[in-house]
Design a protein around this ligand. Structure first.
Ligand code: HEM
Length: 135
């Protein structure tokens, strides 16, 4: 019996692991609050705020929340543009990208996201780097 329980928990472990990043970010509500904090900070960052001139920030907030929720395995289905289409022609540099990530990290800190979970989210966003930046 003990063996059976051990086997069952081993089999279920990857499932629990797949979901816990979503949980550690505070689920949809937490992700929404983190993205809001990040965008708020971006709004005060003169290195990158010009990129957002005339942008519908409420919509961008919704879309980034949806996308993050989706990439961390949450119950969301991101329906926005591809990262390449969304950022094409904006001339976003590596420094701009890093500046936004800086704000994301601070936002996650403020919402008590454990460092390991922060790193796991960053690792899921990292492959988008090449599609977003133009340098
Ligand atoms: C990991 C990094 C990033 C992610 C995950 C991300 C994600 C997104 C998403 C989901 C959208 C909405 C796409 C749509 O309209 O369907 C968007 C739009 C936008 N992003 Fe990013 N982005 C990132 C980095 C950046 C950076 C570094 C900048 C500039 C400094 C930036 C500036 C913008 C702007 C200005 C828009 C609005 C475009 C428009 O509505 O015309 N993004 N982003």
């Amino acid at each position: 019996m003990k063996r059976l329980i051990l086997l069952a928990s081993l089999l279920l472990m990857p499932l629990a692991h797949a979901n816990d990043l979503y949980q550690q970010l505070g689920e949809k509500q937490g992700i929404s609050a983190i993205v809001e904090e990040m965008l708020y900070r971006v709004g005060g960052d003169e290195r990158i705020v010009h990129h957002f001139d005339g942008v519908d920030i409420v919509q961008v907030h919704e879309l980034i929340t949806e996308q993050v929720c989706d990439v961390v395995g949450g119950p969301c289905d991101y329906q926005g543009e591809t990262m390449q289409a969304a950022h094409q022609g904006m001339g976003i540099t590596h420094a701009d990208f890093n500046a936004l990530v800086e704000h994301l990290i601070i936002a996650m800190e403020k919402h008590d996201v454990p460092v390991a979970a922060q790193n796991r989210l960053l690792a899921r966003l990292a492959p988008m780097y090449g599609d977003i930046t133009e340098e």
